[in-house]
Design a protein around this ligand. Structure first.
Ligand SMILES: Cc1cc2nc3c(=O)[nH]c(=O)nc-3n(C[C@H](O)[C@H](O)[C@H](O)COP(=O)(O)OP(=O)(O)OC[C@H]3O[C@@H](n4cnc5c(N)ncnc54)[C@H](O)[C@@H]3O)c2cc1C
Length: 387
């Protein structure tokens, strides 16, 4: 007797794969998730302690999708034993001494986008900023109010509990050797044997190109490139000042013109205020005197100057999956029926995960998505000779 096929196999068990599995299984699909590593492996970008949730993109499409995803996070939070969405807002700052054209800064531009979408905002000049957020020394602050950050461990636990309840099969430490078709079914040859599926989704981050190369009849390769954050540090303020740096007082903050973002400290859960320095793919970074996390602190957060500094380890050392044209890659694979891809999240994907998972489950089970995802189509990377 022929072995029963899964309705859907998902390769890549980061947050994107797990949400895809959850949405599909809740529609009654029999789902298999395969991963080369173990869930929670710190080489996967999804298994950090915190991830920002913000709507303040320069591109209104991303801002709108982030806001939609936030509603799905709120729904999902209702399933968790522990709240994980910390709604402290996200503050973009700028100083004329660092970026003289204040009206062209990320803070100002993204604020205009948020206002155009009627999302809740706040605006502060130097004095107003000092009164509301004395942690900062800056000329302007623009607040994305319905934003904050996610505390990741309970999210992973809630996802895994939901997948267990829906009887999703998860095979870890399993390498994919080849993907082919037999009698209309997808055949996945793995290090643990052959697996059959009706439909297939790749959510393997930078590993998607390897999977495409192992897929018979596929000559698509995606212009994905790894890029590591330059630096990421925890600042542990002295006990008498610690309260000032918790989410009750401090929002998520960013000075993206100079590649800086930060998260408040969650007492008992994270070691300190997290500050990262990186190359934001959608921003033309300027050469300024802020060239490290420490120089940002000296310039804009002087109350942290005497804080103890620790390196952030684990998933925050992972690479972003950057895309040549700086757009997500989400959609069906041209010429290969029943195969869809989600990758290329450019270091900003976690906040979108429930929306991406729902969309990939729709692509797999219905062959089309409710959201307009045409901008993200893998099709755009098909060269003419690839057919
Ligand atoms: C330092 C850093 C900071 C970030 N900060 C934020 C933030 O603040 N806010 C935000 O929204 N986003 C942020 N992101 C981005 C976010 O973490 C990612 O976009 C998201 O976690 C990607 O999820 P994923 O499931 O696609 O990938 P991953 O979590 O990387 O999972 C991919 C999985 O695929 C598996 N895999 C790979 N190749 C294969 C293969 N050939 N066969 C089988 N399995 C395979 C891997 O083992 C892995 O488990 C950040 C990313 C980084 C690196």
């Amino acid at each position: 007797m022929a072995e029963a096929a899964y309705d859907l196999a998902i390769i890549g068990a980061g947050v994107m794969g797990l949400f895809t599995a959850l949405f599909a299984s809740r529609r009654g699909a029999r789902v298999l998730v395969l991963d080369a590593w173990r869930i929670g492996d710190s080489r996967a970008a999804s298994y950090s302690l915190t991830r920002s949730v913000r709507n303040d993109y320069l591109d209104p499409l991303y801002a709108r999708l982030a806001y939609q995803a936030r509603k799905l996070w709120l729904d999902f939070q209702a399933e968790s034993r522990e709240p994980f969405l910390i709604e402290c807002g996200c503050l973009n700052i700028a100083s004329a001494s660092v970026t003289p054209a204040l009206s062209e800064t990320y803070a100002e531009q993204s604020y205009r986008v948020l206002q155009g979408l009627d999302l809740k905002t706040g605006a502060f000049d130097r004095d107003g900023l000092h009164a509301r957020f004395p942690q900062f020394d800056a000329d302007i602050g623009r607040l994305d109010v319905e934003a904050g950050f996610l505390y990741v461990p309970p999210i992973t636990q809630t996802l895994l509990a939901g997948l267990r309840a829906a009887r999703v099969v998860i095979e870890q430490d399993t390498r994919v050797q080849q993907i082919s078709r037999r009698q209309g079914r997808i055949v996945i040859d793995t290090s643990a044997g052959e697996r059959l599926a009706e439909r297939l989704v790749f959510t393997a981050g930078l590993g998607v190109n390897d999977l495409l190369a192992r897929t018979q009849g596929c000559d698509l390769q995606l212009p994905l490139r790894p890029d590591r954050p330059s630096e990421s540090k925890y600042f542990v303020p002295p006990p008498e000042r610690r309260e000032l740096f918790t989410p009750e007082r401090l929002p998520v903050f960013a000075y993206l013109d100079v590649g800086i973002y930060g998260h408040p400290m969650l007492q008992g859960k994270t070691p300190g205020v997290k500050i990262g320095y990186y190359n934001p793919p959608d921003v033309r970074r300027q050469v300024t005197r802020i060239s490290s996390v420490l120089s940002f602190v000296a310039e804009c957060m002087p109350q942290l100057v005497d804080a103890r500094v620790l390196d952030v380890e684990g998933a925050d050392q992972c690479s972003y999956d950057l895309v040549a044209d700086d757009n997500f890659i989400l959609g069906p694979v041209p010429g290969l029926p029943h195969l869809a891809i989600g990758t290329g999240w450019r270091g900003t994907g976690y906040k979108f995960a429930p929306l991406i998972g729902r969309t990939l489950s729709e692509l797999a089970l219905d062959g089309k998505a409710v959201e307009d995802i045409s901008r993200f189509a893998p099709q755009r990377f098909v060269t003419s000779h690839a057919g």
